[in-house]
Design a protein around this ligand. Sequence first.
Ligand SMILES: [Zn+2]
Length: 202
Amino acid sequence: MPVSLTCPSCGNVINQMTRSPQMLVCPACNSTHLLNSGRLEDVGKSAILTDFPSIFELHHTFRHKDWKFTPVGRVRYDYGDGWWDEWFVRSDNGKESWVSVDEGEIAIEALVQKGVKVPSFDELKVGGSLIINRIKMKVIEKNSCTMVGAEGELPFKIAPNETYNYVDLLGPKRLSFTIEYQNDAIDCYKGVWIDPFDITRA
Ligand SMILES: [Zn+2]
């Protein structure tokens, strides 16, 4: 059963699309809300993200080869020299993953659920390598980023202007691996870089 929530800022009814969102942006007033025990808590206005043309759009279905997915949320991070978007997407079977879009480069990633031990942010150096589950990967980027806007619903809590550190790694066969360091939490995302021309509207 879809859950309906009422925006505390403007009274708009927001229909929840995913199993356990932790953050929702009201499409009517752009207020960003954290979801705490079924209640929405306003944490600030989100930037308007639709100013620039994008390959994806919320609540439309897209296809990459045999995989059909629908974006239900998006978060934009500024890394100083530009920004990239992380699209939170839902497959037909309910599986949730991420599609990252950075200046036309696209990676499909999913949260690594099992605890992976990774070095601290300070220990990793660009150009260095790291072996995770016997796969050797190279550190290609190390930076910090700021959340500048969001839309739809997201499975974690991040308020506008919050920052975190991240390390991007590249493995064989265009394997992508990202480590996010936010306060004491470390999240790893594993995926693959794909050819943007393989994406079509379903
Ligand atoms: Zn609202």
